[in-house]
Design a protein around this ligand. Structure first.
Ligand code: CTP
Ligand code: CA
Length: 240
């Protein structure tokens, strides 16, 4: 609201935030990574703490200092992140998947550094799919709710970074993704202009059907508060 005052509307709630970008090792010296800086996840942690939440940060390759008051666990690969989320999500009221998770990982990691050989072609890297942690979390929750109504996490938030293509606009892709993922909220970041590592962000928040809920632009912590406003709204709707 611009007054600078923060409501303690997440008091007593446990918020699990994934941040950063996973790394998939090829050999002892190389990995496949992405451009995620971890800043938006960090901002979410800061904002949730300011609103009174108990925050656990699952940090994938982020150098930044841990926000004071947050619990932090570091992970490297998508598989490590998946295992950590699986372990911690049942104890979270809110799961926010802000991390950029590798979709593909080398089928095997070479024990020794891969060497180039005179006169030979470049070796192919055989990739396999990783688990979709967000989708899996939604599925696991749905299955648990069959037997335990209100099973955690009460709210699941995904992020979608899209560039759009010749066939579809980034927004169209985000709406489709929202429906496919089934998260309660999907925060769409239009990458058409390219914003990795930036201090500011501009997002559109979609619901589980891909419909518009809100738009937020500004410092990443402002965007974080905008996302948490929607989380609080949903928590009010579904007092699970
Ligand atoms: N995500 C995840 N596990 C993965 C990949 C993505 O949990 N293996 C989560 C991200 O943390 C994010 C959301 O899913 O919250 C959307 O990620 P994104 O890469 O935009 O979507 P994908 O489903 O991987 O689709 P795409 O083919 O566009 O990359
Ligand atoms: Ca992806």
């Amino acid at each position: 609201d611009g007054s600078g005052a923060v409501r303690r509307d997440l008091e007593g709630l446990r918020v699990l935030v994934t941040a950063g970008g996973t790394r998939e090792e090829i050999d002892p010296v190389r990995y496949i990574a992405n451009h995620s800086s971890g800043k938006q996840g960090w901002a979410l942690a800061h904002a949730a703490l300011a609103r009174g939440a108990q925050v656990t940060l699952l940090a994938a390759n982020v150098e930044a200092e841990t926000p004071p008051g947050a619990e932090r666990r570091d992970v490297g690969s998508a598989a490590e992140l998946a295992a950590a989320v699986a372990e911690l999500r049942e104890d979270a009221d809110v799961l926010v998947m802000a991390a950029a998770v590798a979709d593909f990982t080398p089928r095997t990691r070479a024990e020794a550094k891969i060497k180039k050989v005179e006169g030979q072609d470049a070796p192919p890297i055989d990739l396999t799919r990783t688990e979709d942690i967000l989708r899996r979390s939604v599925e696991v929750r749905a299955a648990r709710r069959e037997v335990a109504p209100g099973a955690a996490p009460r709210i699941i938030v995904g992020f979608a970074a899209e560039t759009g293509s010749a066939q579809s606009s980034s927004l169209e892709l985000a709406r489709l993704k929202a429906r496919r993922k089934g998260a309660d909220l999907l925060v769409f970041n239009d990458l058409t202009a390219g914003v990795f590592g930036a201090e500011t962000n501009s997002v559109r928040i979609l619901d589980t059907e891909g419909a518009d809920v809100a738009e937020v632009t500004g410092e990443k912590v402002r965007v974080a508060h905008g996302v948490l406003d929607q989380v609080v709204g949903l928590l009010g709707d579904v007092r699970l």
